[in-house]
Design a protein around this ligand. Structure first.
Ligand SMILES: [Zn+2]
Length: 617
């Protein structure tokens, strides 16, 4: 994992220039910069004039404009200038300058000049109708052209778009911008050191090693940091370390990282957080693209991937919209499958709370062709008649086709089984076999609960499509059994359509018993508007004995209602039972119950038009 991040960080560093150690805004392409020009001579400052320049990327390192979250302020006096809140913007600049003069005393007089000017502005604010209007600098009030800062604001739009041009405001001292002037060198150095210091300073301890191998690149470095916990994977406060006699100041011994790697890891983290952070059914994951070969042009691929992914960010609100969520999942998979096999993708499912970053599951090195396979499997299983035109599937009263998506898995593995859900999802992504009995158990539990509450909302179809999908991708083993009974009827036609499910006589007999039992209940309902036969089904937890007794019990009920239209079905069940019983006895309650539930669910499919009125067979 850490190597993947390192490689990614290398590409970013090589291509995005000098690793942006100051964390400057690198996305801004154009802006109008309002420049406040100061002169400092012999510790005395004065304000000269207001100027504007046009911002372009070549000026990034002069202007030093940083995006700063929330109420924090940048260490450098370049701000986003809000033209609707000129006073507030200028106040912000004051706060920054106040900090600057603490680190660089030579800026003290400049701060005073600025403060006076601002006080003057605030004092006269009430006389000014429009906040945009006047910013009168106390030092040189005579120069009228400097009074109206509002006049320097751009109200233009960015060419070809509807967006207004960004206004920035910065200072210039003796004709040099912040990035050029010696007055700010201290502040820049200090910022750089303190941003590195997170790699070696913690709990008031310093952890720096010398002249040993870097954990990440393997090169011997003069200086190595001990607290470089990029995503807190290698969290230096883990109990295990402490139990092993771990000393905080010596962490560089456990996990020494050289400054170059530390920086690259940070770049990778920033990139991932910014563009490859996604939601997945209540979970978050980072998608990590990695070049399959050492390619010098991978950065271009990375940019393409970034671009394609831009609109595929599933946010929390969309998560509640099931149709939208499915589309999104399809889009992500299709986008990934379209990538040439020159990149692999790693899904890092994680949970972040406070300072902890916990990896829940990791699906490493998935090739685009794998996503292609998943999409194909999805299409094949969705093509079954059983999954078409299901009423009330996604919306009450409406008909939809059931599609396979990871949300189906979530149906059977809800949030209390989130680890299992992620485990299964990861195995699907990686193409790893999984335990069929575990999945069957979970599904049967869910179906039994739904059966008890009489609330099975197409859950059997969902279970079927899930299994079909797993069979299609060969992720669960088929357990072929004895098939001796040859039938030629509509039931056998159905079995032939789903050979992966019905490859043993015992499976067929359980399924058909389910069909028969549901037929009994349908007739009961027709006669009595109630289905007392349900109580014979053990809450849908059935073993081989239950299946065996259900045949005579069903026949008895049907005779009782003088409605035994199913003699052919009953005979087939008897035949299959004879052949399948020895194997049936070996099956788990889960397996048996699942086949039975499928039969119950699909009984209507085998009724002829006249049977639907339950008149004759
Ligand atoms: Zn290194």
């Amino acid at each position: 994992m850490i190597n993947k991040l390192k490689v990614l960080g290398e590409y970013i560093q090589q291509n995005e220039g000098d690793s942006n150690p100051l964390g400057l805004n690198v996305t801004l392409e154009t802006a109008n910069v309002i420049v406040l020009d100061f002169n400092i001579t012999n510790d005395k400052s004065c304000f000269e004039r207001i100027d504007t320049i046009e911002f372009d990327s070549s000026k990034r390192k002069e202007i030093l404009y940083k995006n700063v979250p929330g109420n924090n302020v940048s260490p450098f006096p370049t701000i986003f200038f809000d033209k609707t809140k000129i006073g507030g913007s200028l106040e912000k600049l004051l706060r920054i300058l106040k900090k600057c003069k603490e680190d660089s005393p030579a800026l003290k007089s400049l701060f005073v000049v600025y403060q006076n000017a601002l006080n003057n502005f605030v004092k006269h604010k009430e006389e000014i109708d429009d906040d945009n209007d006047l910013f009168s600098f106390a030092e040189k009030p005579s120069k009228n052209e400097f009074k109206n800062i509002g006049n320097y604001v751009s109200n233009d739009r960015v060419e070809g778009t509807n967006n207004f041009i960004t206004n920035l405001c910065t200072i210039r001292i003796n004709n040099e911008f912040i990035g050029e002037t010696s007055y700010f060198q201290n502040i820049i150095n200090k910022f750089q050191q303190s941003s590195d210091s997170e790699y070696y300073k913690k709990y008031g301890k310093t952890s720096i090693g010398n002249d040993i191998k870097c954990y990440t690149c393997g090169k011997i470095a003069e200086k190595l940091y001990g607290f470089c916990d990029t995503f807190k994977f290698y969290s230096a406060n883990e109990e295990a370390y402490i139990a092993g006699g771990f000393q905080k100041t010596k962490t560089w011994k456990n996990y020494p990282v050289c400054p170059v790697c530390a920086n690259q890891l940070r770049l990778a983290r920033e990139k991932l957080n910014e563009n490859f952070n996604r939601y997945f059914y209540g979970n978050k994951y980072l998608l990590i693209p990695v070049a399959t070969l050492d390619k010098c042009d991978f950065y271009q691929d990375l940019q393409d991937i970034e671009e394609e992914f831009h609109d595929l960010s599933l946010n929390k609100e969309q998560e509640n919209n099931r149709l939208r969520q499915m589309e999104m999942e399809d889009d992500v998979f299709e986008t990934l499958s379209r990538q040439k096999d020159q990149a692999t993708f790693t899904f890092l499912f994680y949970k972040a709370s406070n300072s902890e970053f916990k990896i829940l599951q990791e699906a490493e090195d998935i090739l685009p062709s794998r996503f292609q396979k998943i999409i194909e499997a999805k299409r094949i299983v969705e093509d079954c008649d059983e999954f078409k035109n299901l009423k009330g599937l996604y919306k009450k009263g409406e008909f939809h086709n059931l599609s396979f998506n990871f949300g189906i898995i979530k149906t059977f593995f809800p949030s209390s089984f989130n680890n299992d859900f992620l485990d299964i999802s990861t195995k699907i992504l990686k193409g790893q076999k999984m335990s069929k009995s575990f999945i069957t158990h979970q599904i049967t539990e869910h179906l039994a609960k739904g059966f008890r509450n009489e609330a099975l909302y197409h859950d059997i179809e969902k279970a079927m499509i899930f299994f079909k999908f797993l069979y299609e991708l060969n992720l669960i083993n088929q357990t072929k059994g004895k098939t001796e009974v040859n039938m030629e009827n509509k039931y056998e036609d159905y079995f032939q359509k789903h050979p992966e499910f019905y490859d043993a006589d015992w499976k067929k007999v359980v399924f058909l018993t389910g069909v028969l039992a549901q037929n009994v209940m349908d007739i009961q309902y027709r006669e009595r508007k109630a289905t007392p036969f349900r109580s014979r089904l053990n809450g849908l937890k059935l073993d081989h004995r239950a299946i065996k007794r259900l045949l005579p019990e069903s026949i008895e009920k049907l005779e009782q209602y003088k409605s035994n239209y199913y003699r052919d079905l009953e005979e087939n069940i008897a035949l299959l039972m004879e052949s399948g019983e020895p194997e049936l006895k070996l099956q788990s309650v889960d397996e048996i119950s699942f086949y039975f539930a499928m039969g119950m669910n699909l009984n209507k499919q085998f009724k002829t038009q006249s049977e639907k009125g339950e008149n004759n067979e």
